[in-house]
Design a protein around this ligand. Structure first.
Ligand SMILES: Nc1nc2c(ncn2[C@@H]2O[C@H](COP(=O)(O)OP(=O)(O)OP(=O)(O)O)[C@@H](O)[C@H]2O)c(=O)[nH]1
Ligand SMILES: [Mg+2]
Length: 409
């Protein structure tokens, strides 16, 4: 990684130097106003100094380059896959067998809890196999009989898709394909089903009454809310000539305000800081001449109940036109369930997924969509402002779920 310091009369000039020298993938580490050294400096105008870095290996927007795919997979590899799947099924059967035996031995008769979507017993794939090879929640058996189905099911499990969703998907695929099947046919159908579930993404819908559209972003700590706000602001102010303003309610984290102010300065966007939820109305009123007001909030740990009651109050006071729940693709399946429970006080919102570049499988997107039913909006895949954001491409997301097996015949 190369780290360099650049100065300019203002942030734009310093940024221009950064981009000229390091390119658009440069990461801004710090921005500050400085005076020249020495006595002369005391009387000079302060200049903007930007500390920027670029990783020589960094640059791919979505994923690390993968080895070129071949159209066929060797017979040997196929056999290994099949054996692996069968082994896992046997493991699952054995686990079921042992747990049944244990239950019988217990002197106290305790009713076994039904397997539910929020069961937290185990993360292991073997248990998931146990689930999908047993009676489904609907009571119908979804025993995986074909090898191609086993491969698809394994891929969905590897994507950390919730067992109940896998179950439903397999049923739906079986209803759709009546004839004997091969892997590609099942995979194509699965992709179509996933795309249908993910639905049509929705971006910011601007008000048409001349008033600014107020948008608030919420989400767990460190998922990328502030960075995403900067990306959205850059997109609308630079490419759509919208007048944008920032409001930040994040006064918890040291440097949170500075972080947004830095972006505001680079993009030439005004920013207001509020310290209590009650101040939000005044701050919004200040920007009635703008098209878009983007509100940044402090990240909330999903275990902190006090923080959540404050957040609810802020959401109520804001009465935003649109609420976006920002979730990182790298959140684990179980943590994600907890997070969604905490945000269940929200009724109307859209979903933004960040850090797609950090994960190999985008399964969380499908899990969250199925759990909340809320529309997808943007997906971000990198730290670069403004480049690493796009409207969710559902066809690509569906394809990515089966990336490693593409081409099996
Ligand atoms: N790899 C990757 N990193 C990202 C992405 N979006 C944001 N980040 C990084 O994630 C880190 C946290 O980003 P922030 O925007 O500060 O996250 P936040 O949600 O505002 O954090 P809090 O305000 O502390 O809750 C920073 O290092 C960002 O550069 C993304 O799409 N991919
Ligand atoms: Mg932030």
């Amino acid at each position: 990684m190369r780290i360099r310091r650049y100065t300019g009369r203002d942030a734009q000039e310093a940024m221009l130097k950064v981009k000229m020298d390091l390119g658009s993938e440069a990461i801004i580490l710090n921005t500050r106003k400085v005076r020249k050294r020495g006595i002369k400096g005391l009387f000079s105008k302060p200049v903007t100094e930007i500390l920027a870095a670029v990783d020589n290996n960094y640059g791919s927007l979505k994923k690390a380059p993968q080895p070129p795919k071949t159209n066929t997979i060797t017979e040997e590899q196929k056999k290994i896959d099949l054996l692996e799947n069968r082994l896992k099924q046997m493991e699952a059967m054995l686990e079921r067998f042992f747990s049944n035996a244990q239950n019988k031995n217990q002197t106290k008769q305790v009713e076994e809890p039904e397997t539910e979507i929020d069961e937290k017993d185990s993360e292991e794939s073997a248990l998931l196999y146990n689930y999908y090879t047993s009676e489904s929640a609907t009571g119908e058996s979804t025993q995986v009989t074909g090898d191609a189905y086993s491969v698809i099911t394994k891929e969905l499990i590897d994507n950390e898709i919730e067992p109940i969703i896998i179950d439903k998907m397999i049923q739906k695929i079986k209803q759709t394909i009546k004839e004997p099947y091969n892997y590609d046919e099942i995979k194509d159908t699965a992709e179509k089903i996933i795309q249908e579930i993910l639905g049509q993404p929705q971006t910011i819908k601007f008000r048409d009454d001349g008033k600014p559209t107020v948008v608030i972003l919420l989400g767990p700590t460190g998922v990328g809310k502030t960075t995403t706000i900067a990306k959205i602001a850059a997109e609308y102010s630079l490419n759509h000539e919208k007048k944008v303003a920032f409001i930040t309610a994040d006064t918890y984290r040291i440097a949170a305000v500075e972080q947004l102010k830095t972006y505001a300065e680079i993009l030439n966007i005004p920013v207001s800081v509020i310290y209590t939820p009650q101040e939000i109305k005044e701050a919004v009123a200040e920007y009635q001449d703008k098209d878009l007001i983007l509100i940044d909030t402090a990240g909330r740990s999903h275990n902190n109940k006090i923080q959540f009651s404050e957040l609810k109050m802020l959401v109520n006071c804001t009465q935003a036109d649109e609420i976006y729940l920002v979730l990182s693709c790298s959140i684990g399946r179980i943590a994600c369930r907890d997070i969604l429970k905490n945000y269940s006080f929200l009724t109307d919102y859209k979903l933004i997924f960040t850090k797609l570049d950090e994960v190999l499988v985008p399964g969380i997107i499908l899990n969250v969509k199925c759990t909340t039913g809320k529309p997808l909006s943007y997906v971000t895949a990198g730290q670069n402002v403004p480049d690493d954001i796009e409207v969710a491409d559902t066809a690509n997301i569906a394809k990515d779920m089966f990336q490693q097996k593409t081409g099996i015949v």
